[in-house]
Design a protein around this ligand. Structure first.
Ligand code: PMT
Length: 396
């Protein structure tokens, strides 16, 4: 999981968005993090420590004089045991106190005593956020190396609308995962395809395949977290775009071909994960085919362009990564495909392993040979692929 082994102090301060911190805690522990919650006194007016204790499986700390720590130095022990401190929601008052270096409660004291990164997710009324005092405090915090996540704009609990909403827990989880991801693709531009294509036969029918888009979307997310600027040309799938990824929706192989070729000359890496239809109906009927008009129709098919092969043949071709979905003899067919398409890296997977589900089993084939990876989630495999890709790019 993304945050496996990471130790996070989740600071919760007094604001309505404190109720969302409970969901954030679930997401963090679900991603493998070990989370220690520290609340300010005013946060306990919004949500009780019992909720956070139940969700984290850890005692919650509020009071700087809490005697549960053997040495009675919770502010030191808790901050030393953390890989990062995330304060969400971070109120205007809390941010002001941290900017001034105050240590007048447990949370500010452990923030002052920290030797790990501090991330804050501000949440406050829009006027409080825009107030020159808050602006000064945020500038001070940025200068001190504090990472500010958000805030977002929108409807506020007070009934006003503007900037000051805490980022949603899912966005905060994503930001934390990205924060911990080594930036092995920093400065690289990556173009991907994902999902199936849909080749229409008539206004209601068409030919498609079982690709869910999960593998391609996971790679897009892993590449973005690793610091790349990512554009994702996607066939029809039911997945949200990964945060920070530019998504271009297409339907047919010809649409995908057009969108990829318009961008391929300006990227460093092209990864073809899409299950592109090799053929399309030669004619698309303008009206619905009627079964009353004789027997079953005979549909003539014509070849679609091979997008990956065309990108690899560009005079200034990006580093090309292909996928090979095979039903048998994966080692033989995938390596053969890599050589025929003249690409440095191909990812082989068996159709029964790769299509659909959350997990996959892949083998990476490059000039050095075959590198099998154990069965894992598509997110995990995407991270491993990105690391392998970064090493190959380094050696180039
Ligand atoms: O989407 P999921 O449900 O997560 O499933 C993932 C996956 C199984 C679709 C994925 O892991 C995968 O294997 N994608 C490639 C599927 C495929 O079409 O393989 P292929 O062997 O037919 O094509 C070889 C390569 O050429 C692929 O990189 C493909 O994107 C590319 N291609 C193929 C045909 C075509 N006309 N243009 C292409 O660019």
């Amino acid at each position: 999981m993304e945050l496996d082994g990471k130790r996070i102090v989740l600071g919760v301060t007094g604001g309505v968005a404190a109720y969302k911190a409970a969901h954030l805690l679930r997401l963090l522990t679900g991603a493998g993090a070990r989370v220690q919650v520290v609340m300010t006194e005013s946060a306990t007016r919004f949500v009780t420590p019992v909720t956070f204790q139940a969700l984290s499986g850890q005692p919650v700390f509020v009071d700087p004089w809490d005697a549960r720590m053997a040495n009675n130095m919770a502010h030191i022990d808790l901050s030393r045991a953390a890989d990062a401190i995330l304060v969400a929601p971070a109120s205007a008052n809390f941010l002001a106190r941290v900017a001034q270096g105050l240590a007048d409660d447990l949370l500010t004291a452990l923030v002052l005593a920290r030797d790990c990164p501090l991330l804050v997710a501000p949440a406050m009324n829009r006027q409080m956020w825009e107030n020159p005092a808050t602006r000064r405090n945020m500038a001070t915090l940025a200068g001190d190396g504090v990472l500010c996540l958000g805030p977002a704009a929108g409807a506020q609990a007070c009934g006003e609308t503007g900037e000051g909403r805490m980022l949603e827990p899912e966005a905060l989880l994503e930001a934390l995962c990205a924060f911990f991801t080594p930036k092995v693709l920093a400065g690289r531009r990556v173009l991907l395809t994902a999902g199936p294509t849909f080749e229409p036969i008539d206004p209601v029918r068409g030919m498609t395949n079982r690709s869910s888009g999960r593998m391609g979307y996971a790679i897009a997310q892993a590449a973005a977290r690793a610091g790349a600027a990512v554009a994702l040309v996607s066939g029809p799938v039911a997945l949200p775009a990964p945060p920070g990824v530019e998504r271009i929706d297409v339907e047919t192989a010809l649409d995908m071909h057009r969108e990829v070729m318009a961008r391929a000359g300006a990227v460093d890496v092209f990864i073809g994960v899409a299950a592109v239809a090799d053929y399309r109906p030669a004619q698309v009927a303008a009206q619905k085919l009627k079964k009353e008009l004789g027997g079953p129709p005979v549909i003539e098919l014509v070849h679609n362009p091979d997008i990956l092969a065309e990108v690899a043949a560009l005079p200034n071709a990006p580093f090309c990564v292909g996928f090979a979905a095979e039903s048998e003899q994966l080692e033989v067919y995938a390596e053969r495909k890599r050589q025929r398409k003249n690409i440095p890296l191909i990812v082989g997977n068996l159709i029964q392993d790769g299509f659909g589900g959350e997990a996959n089993r892949i083998i990476l084939f490059d000039a050095q040979g075959a590198h099998p990876l154990p069965v894992a989630s598509k997110a995990q495999l995407a991270r491993q692929l990105v690391e392998h890709l970064a090493r190959l790019l380094e050696k180039r």
